[in-house]
Design a protein. Structure first.
Length: 346
C-alpha cells in the first residue's frame, strides 16, 4: 500500500471510529448507525492489516502519529478522536492482523463510557501510554488537560491555562444546573448565564485557543450540557475573531449557551430513541427551535438575540432547514455562527 494511501485510509478508519463513539454516546451501542460505522471501519482496517500486520497510532500532544508521520490535521473527526483518547488517557492504539469486529465493538463501547470506566486492551487491539518526558522550566508539573491547551495556545501563560480549564469544568456544572431548572419548569437567574459568558471572555482575552478548552463528554446523560458548553466556547471564539466586541459579544455568548433550551421540552423517549426516528417523531424534535424561542421570550433580562438564535440555529442561509419561515427570511449572522459550532461539536 502506498504511503499516502496508508495515511488516507487510516484517517478514514479514525473518522468511522469517531462517528461510532459519538453515536454510542448519543444513542446506544446497539444503534444501527453504530454498527454501520464499525462495519466500514473494520473493512478498511482489515485490508490495511493484510499488507501491514500491525498498525500503531500514537497520540503525541495534539497530534496523531502513525508510521513515523503525523496524520493530516484539520478535520473535525481527528480533533474529536484526540479528545476521546485524552479523556481515556490513551496514548497508543495498536491494531493487529485478524482483529474481529467484536473487538472493535468493545473498543467503541469503552471509549464512549463514562470517565470512571477504563478502556481495555483485547487480543488484537492493544491500548497503552507513550513514555515521553518533556522537560519544562523548573520541572513544573502540568496536568494532561493543560498540556493539551498549551499545545493549542503556545503563547499563553501556564497559570492562565490551568485557571481556564478549571473554569470550563465549573461552568459546565453551573450550566447543567441552569438547564435542569428549565427542564423542571423552574425560574432561572439569567445572571448565572452572564457569569459563565464573562468567564469565557476573560480566557479569550488571554489569547487561549478555544479548541484547547473544549469540555469532554463524561456520559451520554451529560451530552446536552457538554455540547452546549462547547458550542458556547466555539461561538464566542468565532464571534470575537469576526470583530464582535463588548456587549454585543456578551450577548452572542448568552445566545449560544441558550440556543438548545427547546430540547428540554421534547419527550425524553424521542430524544434518546436508539432506533431511527419516524417522520412524526422527527417533526416533534424540529419543534424545539420554536419551543425554545417562546420559552426565552418569557424570561426577564434575556437579549432578543438569544430568542432569535434559538429559533434560527437550524435554519440554513438558503431558506432550507427548520422552522419553515416564509418571505425570503435570512438567518441572523449569529445564528449562522452558532449553527457552525453546533455541527462542529455534534
Amino acid at each position: 500500500m502506498a504511503e499516502i494511501n496508508f495515511h488516507e485510509d487510516l484517517s478514514r478508519v479514525i473518522a468511522q471510529l469517531t462517528a461510532a463513539v459519538t453515536n454510542t454516546s448519543l444513542y446506544s451501542a446497539t444503534h444501527p448507525q453504530v454498527a454501520a460505522y464499525i462495519e466500514k471501519a473494520h473493512g478498511v482496517l482489515a485490508d490495511m492489516l493484510m499488507l501491514k500486520p500491525e498498525i500503531t497510532i500514537l497520540l503525541i500532544g495534539n497530534d496523531l502519529v502513525a508510521d513515523n508521520r503525523p496524520l493530516p490535521s484539520g478535520g473535525a473527526y481527528i480533533d474529536n478522536f484526540v479528545r476521546i483518547l485524552k479523556k481515556k488517557a490513551i496514548e497508543r492504539i495498536t491494531f493487529i492482523s485478524g482483529v474481529p469486529k467484536a473487538e472493535l465493538h468493545d473498543l467503541i463501547h469503552d471509549l464512549a463510557s463514562p470517565d470512571t470506566v477504563a478502556a481495555r486492551s483485547s487480543a488484537c487491539i492493544k491500548l497503552g501510554k507513550v513514555e515521553l518526558r518533556v522537560k519544562r522550566a523548573g520541572e513544573q508539573i502540568i496536568s494532561p488537560a493543560a498540556e493539551s491547551a498549551a499545545a493549542a495556545s503556545p503563547g499563553a501563560p501556564q497559570e492562565d491555562l490551568e485557571a481556564l480549564l478549571a473554569l470550563t469544568a465549573r461552568e459546565l456544572d453551573e450550566l447543567k444546573d441552569v438547564y435542569l431548572r428549565i427542564k423542571k419548569h423552574k425560574q432561572i437567574d439569567v445572571r448565572g448565564v452572564d457569569e459563565i459568558v464573562k468567564g469565557f471572555l476573560s480566557g479569550f482575552r488571554k489569547e487561549i485557543n478555544p479548541l484547547g478548552i473544549l469540555a469532554s463528554l463524561k456520559s451520554a446523560h451529560e451530552y446536552t450540557f457538554t455540547h452546549v458548553t462547547n458550542v458556547g466556547i466555539l461561538t464566542i471564539g468565532q464571534a470575537e475573531t469576526l470583530g464582535f466586541t463588548g456587549e454585543h459579544l456578551h450577548q452572542v455568548g448568552v445566545a449560544s449557551l441558550l440556543h438548545d433550551v427547546g430540547k428540554l421540552f421534547i419527550p425524553e423517549e424521542i430524544l434518546s430513541k436508539p432506533t431511527a426516528l419516524t417522520s412524526d417523531e422527527r417533526k416533534i424534535i424540529e419543534t424545539h427551535t420554536v419551543k425554545g424561542a417562546r420559552y426565552l421570550m418569557g424570561l426577564d433580562g434575556i437579549p432578543k438575540l438569544a430568542v432569535l438564535a434559538a429559533m434560527e440555529h437550524h435554519l440554513k442561509y438558503n431558506g432550507t432547514g427548520y422552522p419553515s419561515i416564509k418571505g425570503g427570511w435570512k438567518p441572523n449572522i449569529v445564528s449562522q455562527i452558532i449553527s457552525i459550532s453546533d455541527v462542529f461539536d455534534a
